[in-house]
Ligand binder design. Sequence first.
Ligand code: G1P
Length: 304
Amino acid sequence: MTSPRPRISKAVIPAAGLGTRFLPATKATPKEMLPVVDRPAIQYVVEEATAAGLTDVLMITGRNKRPLEDHFDRNYELEEALNRKGDDERLSRVRESNDLATMHYVRQGDPRGLGHAVLCAAPHVGDQPFAVLLGDDLIDPRDPLLSLMTEVQQAYGGSVVALMEVAPEQIHLYGCAAVEPVDRDGVRRVTGLVEKPAAADAPSNYAIIGRYVLDPGVFEVLRKTPPGRGGEIQLTDALQAMALDPSLGGPVHGVIFSGRRYDTGDKGDYLRAIVRLACERPDLGPDFRAWLRRYVGEEMPNLE
Ligand code: G1P
């Protein structure tokens, strides 16, 4: 009998990026702190990790990222002020990010790409499989993905990526996977990966979205991975080596996601995420939807 695979309890969230697409908003504020309705984008990501049963979160940060640490810590002054006023509702909102998970932080120092950011997690992660969640990708909490990925990792071993079908003209924005079927619906064996190919060179229209469950063998592979696209150490290149030689931390499987995902690193998608989530919120939705209907019906036509 084979021994059960180790349970996955650690999540790594790379958050050292400069957020240049949102300047000037991100000049003095980390992009991860930009609000999506009334919570910073990063809170959704940490909540997603904890909803999938991950209790230990390591953020890979950099300079100017202190607000991230503060957000997941207590704020005694604010709590005390709200307590004095008896404002329990706001008090609970302040506290909701305090105890989500055991939080750890490490600085990337010299940002040399996503693969390098993940490598910074090696001493913390050790020799267990772990999850990686990219902060720019927001997965709607009603469409769980990560728990399915950890389950697939437990079943097949190796590493698991999240795949989403995109239009051919979008594939150059993503890592792209060549796949073949396996005996389970919604899961594919990944046979090759290429980072941000031109549409003509893409092996499929399956894009990697920012969720991974990785075998710790990835660290050794990353140490040997030379800079790739954009002169950066690419996680996709390490996964390609693992897909080709499963003894390095493969096999690599893909879980196909067709739920709601927002790229909060893109201004248009960021706005769409806010509008959609606000429309669907029980507290804000009714008023906001009524306004939006009026706006779309009466005011918007004058803009066209
Ligand atoms: C990164 C990865 C890419 C992946 C994407 C998902 O790229 O390198 O393979 O498809 O995240 O969001 P980035 O968007 O950070 O350039």
